[in-house]
Write a protein that binds this ligand. Sequence first.
Ligand SMILES: Nc1ncnc2c1ncn2[C@@H]1O[C@H](COP(=O)(O)OP(=O)(O)OP(=O)(O)O)[C@@H](O)[C@H]1O
Ligand SMILES: C[C@@](O)(CCO)CC(=O)[O-]
Ligand SMILES: [Mg+2]
Length: 385
Amino acid sequence: MEVTARAPGKIILAGEHAVVHGYTAVASSIDLYTVFSIRLRSEDDDTVKLKLNDIGLDFSWSVRRIKEVLSHLGSPFSSTPTSCSLETIKSLATLVDEQSFPETKIGLASGVYAFLWLYTSILGFKPATITVSSELPVGAGLGSSAAYCVSLSAALLALSDSVKLDVSQKGWSTFKETEAELVNKWAFEGEKIIHGRPSGVDNSVSTFGNVIKFKSGVMTRVNSNMPLRMLITNTKVGRDTKALVANVSARKSRHPDAMCSVLNAIEAISDEWSTIIQSHAVDDLYLSANEEKLGELMEMNQGLLLSIGVSHASIENVLQTSMKYKLASKLTGAGGGDISGEVIDKLVEELGSFGYQSFTAGIGDCIDVVVISLPFRFLYTSFSD
Ligand SMILES: Nc1ncnc2c1ncn2[C@@H]1O[C@H](COP(=O)(O)OP(=O)(O)OP(=O)(O)O)[C@@H](O)[C@H]1O
Ligand SMILES: C[C@@](O)(CCO)CC(=O)[O-]
Ligand SMILES: [Mg+2]
């Protein structure tokens, strides 16, 4: 039996970091996916093999060893999403250390802990070969960790017999709403292992697709009526969402009043973003006035992100380069090395001369356009041998 599940990445249009502290963010899924495939092996095989294609790492555990290390948990199965305790993370770290995790890639280990937690909690101790590969750059602000956790949870739940598929389209099937909620909740537990303190916006937009507004754990769907041209630039500067989120919290406890004002301002920007993209353009003039407003909001949001300490010299370089072409930009996701914005070919070329990689997340025929109202959802297909 094999199941393949995929889940999209995202861009945060406004409100990253503020959303961790209970303020509104607006996010959209993009058409770049992470794909998990799980092939169950025969019960007497006794191995769980994990192949992480994007980061070039393979693992192989015996089911017996996993059981032994997690013996304090008793039965691992849980029908409701459960948090991984610190004690269990230490046990999972033992399993990962035994596989000689390369020191240079140690920052990636939390993804393997999240895998082991979700796998054993949802499927128990079944032998299998699991492969993951992604179109998303890992750790660049496009929600790779959420797409990883959502596609993994979707594949596991599809195999667990506890969920039923919705109608099948072109070989892919979707989950019904309540089952998608279950996938989302499990994915959030995985994100907690990777991020430390996720808001839940990334896994929610990866699970439900489209454009969403997110505040204090509550998601609202946004009906976007505005096609947007977006360019995403990866500065390739390594960074870690967990550390950036922790730095913002530390700054907030040092300067509570000032930070509260900044986060309130970010929330006002998110609210205006969602109002604008939901409005119906009566004519081209109205549309271009709205585009200009969004550009200003992006500039203001970026200024506030700088003030909370999550920008980076490379991001500022992209901003200044874009400004030469009178284009607005902001970082997206956790910051510290990535950016999104509107652009023209010359800008892409100039950004390329700094070693940055610009790409568009195209949809269907619209290769260079992100139409943020498209209904991206994770999908999976299953078949038996
Ligand atoms: N395809 C993948 N293969 C293996 N691990 C992955 C993959 N995608 C994500 N991860 C895990 O997620 C971590 C990156 O998550 P992180 O939250 O730092 O970045 P991001 O999700 O890409 O950006 P952001 O959270 O700002 O949107 C990696 O260190 C790894 O543990
Ligand atoms: C930085 C952050 O706001 C977005 C990361 O994509 C973290 C989160 O919301 O979990
Ligand atoms: Mg992430």
